[in-house]
Structures are given as C-alpha cells and as structure tokens.
Design a protein around this ligand. Structure first.
Ligand code: TRP
Length: 385
C-alpha cells in the first residue's frame, strides 16, 4: 500500500514521501551529474551523500561554485530547532555540512532556534528550549567542526544582534505570504507569524558584519525550504544576495512510513541511546521480510521497502560493494531479517560509542564555539585563527 497523503512542511513530515513530486512542487533543481562533477573539482572527492543523492536538490548551487572558482568564498549556514534529543536523522545534514566546511575551507554559522521551538511546540518552556540549544550543540561539536571556523548561537542569546536584521526582513513580509507558505491561520500565535524573519537572518549576517555581500550556502533537509523560499524573495529587496540552498532527503524512521522523528520514540535512535536501546529499536524495525524464515529463504526479501536497508544506504554502508553484496544476499534469501538487523545494530552502536565519547569531550569545548551578545562580531573569526 502506498500512502499518497505525504506531507512535507517545516512542522510536519509524514507519509511515504514522493521526492520527485516535492522537487516539482517546490520548484527546486535536482542535483545532476554535471553539478556533482563541479563540486568534485574543488572538493577532490564525491561524498557518498552526493553519489547516492541523499543530498538531491538545490537552488543556485551553480552560482555558489562559480563565485568560489573566482575566489569569492561562501559561508555555510545551517541550524537546529532544539526541542529535545538529537537523533541520527538530524546528523545527516550536519555530517555533510562538516564535509563541505573541510573541503571548501569555509565558515559555518549554526543557528539554534530556541524561539522557534517555543512558538511551535506547546509542551516546551522557553527556558527548556534555551537549555536544549546548548545540549544539542554538543552533538554538533561532536562532529568535529573546526572551532576556528564555526560559530554556534541561540536565537534567544543573540537576540539583540538578530532582531536588528529580523525587523528589516519582517517589514518586507506580509501575513498573507506567511499564511499561504506555512498554512498558518488566524489562530496561530504571532510569534509563529514572525518567526521566518529570524530564520532568514543568518543568511545575511556575515554580509552585514563585513559590510559586503558574502555568498551563503544553506545545507538543510528539504522541509526547511519554505523558509528560504520566503527569504530568497525578500532579501534582494534589502540589497542582499539570495542564499543558495542544498537539500537532503530524510532519514526514514524505523517504522514503515515517515521520517525519523523525535516525537515517535521507537522510530528514532537518539545519539545518547544505550546499546540495548539501539538493539531493541532496530529489532522492532519494519523490514521487507517475509512472514517466515522458511519463506524468506525460498523467496528472498525486498530491500526497497526495508527500513534497515535504508539505514545502510544512507548512513551505515557507504561502501558500494558492501552494500551491493548485502542487497543481493537479501534478494536471494541468503540472509534473513534477524541477522541483518544484528549487523545494523552493531554498526550503529559502534558509531554511537565514538560519537558519545566525542559528545562528552564537547562539554569542555563548547565555549570555543558559542557566542552571545557580548562578543564583537566584527573580526570574530579572524581573532580565532
Ligand atoms: N527550523 C529548523 C528546525 O526546526 C532549524 C533551522 C534554523 C535550520 N535555521 C536553519 C535548519 C537553517 C536548516 C538550515 O530544525
């Protein structure tokens, strides 16, 4: 059964997502071989996320690369709505962002939108959202971003700086645009209506600080696109470039449909999960297996609907020949789901052991990355070098 009622909005991602339809409805461009080859020209390699189209669409990436080739470096901007624990799905765009930072030698500005989570989530206090900004930042730091080139900030704690720009942006956006873009209603709280202008700010922040237009590239999961559609419309009216964006698919949940989601506990593996929790969740995952082991050995499984296979594909079997071998074994009935799930849980646990160590170490390093109002933003990065 195919769920044709999929949804991709910044607040809700559900159903069996038809990415081709998303591309045509959102009006983004697919990442084709040509543009991937031009990324390779500067990066010297093709990240598996590109090869496998985990990052699959963009706006104006060709422009970013052209500017880069002429010595006009871009900076990266991405973010996180800190509402609870970080799960593996959140790591996908961040891992890629880290690769971009290394390969292109560029800055990253990382926004923690504690205000957003407060406006959109009825179960979180402002104080908790703010606290989660720094909890979640540990997972960002654990991915080894270079602190000399990385700035992490919470909307609440950098509000003075951000609000100055958000006000200019907000004045150029009408309620009817926001209503139409995000499906808000007369009953939506007015923080929600304002919020997009806050998410647009980091796309111009470096330009404001440096008093010249600096190209900005925003890696993100595709659900964030509506914010930047609005931002790309209004920022030129204020004299800024349109930011470029590059979109990833979602890491699916371990259940049959939908993305990995923090609100559906069993579908998500959190970065702080214990080995037993991981094993339990993976063992309960939806697969393309048959009703019995006997039938599976005779008829084979179906990797194309299997969530375990999707985890291999996206994150845990980045070597093509290893993946291909696993796929063949599944189709030929040479491996059954129980064994395959054991292999995945071990891979995830190995990854998490390492991540958790680095996350622990990040507690001491966090101050090197984060900034608040008291810091002079001009020349900030120069001082770190
Ligand atoms: N709104 C995003 C979320 O809920 C957080 C975010 C802010 C973001 N700025 C961003 C994500 C830029 C990607 C790119 O998670």
């Amino acid at each position: 059964m195919i769920d044709t009622d999929f949804k991709v909005t910044p607040w809700e991602v559900s159903g069996d997502i038809d990415y081709e339809r998303v591309v045509s409805e959102f009006g983004v461009s697919l990442l084709d071989d040509k543009i991937i080859q031009s990324i390779k020209k500067y990066a010297n390699e093709i990240h598996p996320f590109l090869k496998r189209r985990v990052f699959f669409a963009h706006r104006d990436l060709d422009w970013i690369l052209k500017e880069y080739s002429q010595g006009n470096k871009f900076y990266l901007y991405t973010g996180r709505g800190p509402s609870g624990g970080v799960h593996l799905g959140h790591l996908v765009p961040w891992i890629f962002t880290k690769w971009l930072q290394d390969r292109f030698d560029v800055e990253l500005w990382f926004q923690m939108t504690d205000d957003e989570k407060f406006f959109f989530n009825n179960n979180i206090t402002l104080e908790d959202a703010n606290r989660f900004s720094y909890e979640n930042a540990l997972d960002v730091v654990a991915l080894d971003f270079d602190y000399k080139k990385t700035i992490i900030f919470s909307d609440l704690d950098l509000s003075g700086v951000l609000y100055r720009q958000a006000a200019k942006i907000a004045k150029k956006i009408t309620f009817s645009t926001i209503k139409a873009t995000f499906g808000l209603t007369e009953n939506s709280n007015i923080g929600q209506i304002f919020y997009t202008s806050m998410q647009a700010v980091p796309a111009i922040l470096k330009s404001v600080i440096e008093e010249r237009n600096v190209p900005c590239l925003i890696p993100q999961a595709i659900d964030q696109d509506p914010h930047f559609r609005v931002a790309r419309d209004v920022l030129p009216k204020l004299g800024f470039n349109k930011p470029a964006v590059i979109h990833s698919i979602f890491l699916p949940g371990l259940e049959q449909y939908g993305k990995m989601s923090a609100s559906s506990e069993n579908s998500a593996i959190f970065t702080t999960d214990t080995e037993n929790e991981v094993r339990k969740k993976v063992m309960n995952a939806f697969t393309g297996g048959r009703v019995s082991a006997k039938e599976q050995r005779e008829l084979g499984g179906n990797p194309d609907v299997c969530s375990v296979y999707k985890y291999y594909y996206i994150l845990f079997m980045l070597d093509d020949s290893e993946l291909f071998e696993m796929r063949s074994k599944c189709i030929n009935g040479e491996i059954i789901c129980g064994e395959c799930k054991m292999i995945l849980s071990e891979k995830i646990n190995k990854y998490l052991r390492h991540h958790q160590e680095k996350r622990d170490r990040a507690k001491k390093l966090l101050d090197k990355y984060t900034i608040t109002e008291q810091v002079d933003l001009k020349g900030l990065i120069d001082k770190r070098r």
